[in-house]
Design a protein around this ligand. Structure first.
Ligand SMILES: NC(=O)c1ccc[n+]([C@@H]2O[C@H](COP(=O)([O-])OP(=O)(O)OC[C@H]3O[C@@H](n4cnc5c(N)ncnc54)[C@H](O)[C@@H]3O)[C@@H](O)[C@H]2O)c1
Length: 359
């Protein structure tokens, strides 16, 4: 048995039936050597970009369950979320994944990796070199390190609906070919292709999750073109002004709440490796379609009508162009068949956020 940061329970269990004999199942990741892939007890998990919004959210959930032993890494010191039951199960490592940081954070005992590091859509459009190096080069370096140090490891890669560009059908199905209209979307599709090929070859067991826009996001506005979809709820609820960069209340967005995203991220840890073909690892994470008007209505209903006075509609042509290239409706039947869940309503997402302010 390999010894690393955390020890595995060495009881020899049968791997899940659906993995036996498949190309992916033959890859010798740390857990596989012990016959324990997908075993729900004692999972050793790396989260990159762990100081960011989704990394912190997921870490908080995983650290309330004694099963998970985490390495949290980011270019800035990743905090261990406050108030969790098992803070001692997390280790934080500050590392730049562009500058050789992968070696420092990848342990051979890893069972799973969530790859969340990145430069968001507006940021990647504003600084091409930064987007390319962080979103592509660092992800490639991470995959290479994983291939060598813990072959077969489960990798959950965070992609985005931004891989799609026009022309698009009214409803995007899994058959629609991604034609990104931003550097961010192009960088995501490059990494998706890497995840597919590394998985096909048995180097990793990859899953690419294409996230909808996640809202309502706490904290400060991000460098994402979609940042206003959270700001227009979060800022008014905090008594602050928010700018909507569009003057069209019928504009539709495809959204998922943080709570539902985390559920789907954790579910991906236990998906059978062959739930999707070895060379097509993308899954469109379920979302719901909401218009700006519906979002304003949800704000008014949950926060009170007076909060609407904190919204200012002021068109930004650069952001508008990116937003209009994105799809607004998806056919999520594949994901739902695999057990992924979706929000009941945007109003609930606003209520979740309001409740979080009171905690
Ligand atoms: N939030 C959303 O709505 C959304 C939607 C679709 C996809 N995604 C994807 O999900 C992932 C996580 O998103 P998020 O909202 O948490 O983003 P975020 O910006 O909050 O976090 C990204 C983290 O990556 C870190 N990082 C940047 N450069 C790095 C480097 N060189 N080395 C190590 N770490 C580095 C940053 O410090 C930051 O903490 C991203 O890859 C993003 O593209 C997010």
């Amino acid at each position: 048995m390999q010894q690393g940061l955390f020890e595995h329970d060495a009881r020899p269990l049968e791997p899940p039936e659906q993995l036996r004999g498949s190309a992916i199942a033959e890859s010798p990741c740390a857990s596989m050597e012990e016959g324990l892939l997908l075993r729900p007890a004692d999972m050793h998990v790396l989260i990159t970009g762990a100081a960011g919004f989704i990394g912190q959210l997921l870490a908080k959930e995983l650290l309330n369950d004694s099963t998970y032993k985490l390495i949290l890494t980011d270019i800035v010191n990743p905090p261990i979320p406050a108030g969790v039951k098992y803070p001692e199960n997390a280790k934080a490592i500050t590392a730049d994944l562009v500058q050789g940081g992968c070696e420092a954070v990848v342990e051979s005992t890893l069972d799973a990796v969530y790859a969340f590091h990145g430069i968001m859509s507006s940021g990647s459009e504003a600084n091409f070199e930064l987007g390319m190096t962080v979103n592509v080069d660092a992800t490639h370096a991470l995959l290479e390190t994983l291939r060598k140090k813990c072959p077969g490891v489960r990798v959950i890669y965070s992609s985005s609906q931004a891989v799609y560009g026009q022309p698009l059908p009214k409803v995007v199905t899994d058959d629609v070919i991604p034609t990104p209209e931003s550097s961010y979307g192009a960088e995501k599709i490059i990494c998706e292709t890497l995840v597919n090929d590394y998985t096909r070859r048995g180097f990793i067991t990859g899953f690419t999750l294409r996230f909808p826009t996640i809202a309502v996001r706490p904290g400060k506005p991000s460098a994402a073109a979609s940042s206003f979809l959270s700001s227009m709820i979060r800022e008014p609820l905090n008594g602050e002004l928010a700018i909507i960069p569009l003057e069209d209340r019928s504009f539709e967005s495809w959204i998922c709440s943080p709570r539902i995203l985390v559920q789907n991220l954790i579910l991906t840890l236990s998906l059978p490796a062959d739930a999707v073909p070895p060379h097509i690892r993308q899954i469109n994470v379920p979302g719901i379609c909401v218009t700006i008007q519906e979002m304003m209505d949800a704000l008014g209903k949950v926060g009170g009508k007076e909060k609407l006075a904190f919204l200012k509609e002021q068109e930004d042509p650069v952001i508008k162009k990116i937003l209009h290239s994105w799809p607004t409706r998806f056919d999520n039947s594949q994901a739902l068949r695999l057990g992924f869940v979706r929000d009941d309503s945007f109003e609930q997402a606003v209520q979740d956020f309001k409740d979080s302010l009171q905690q």
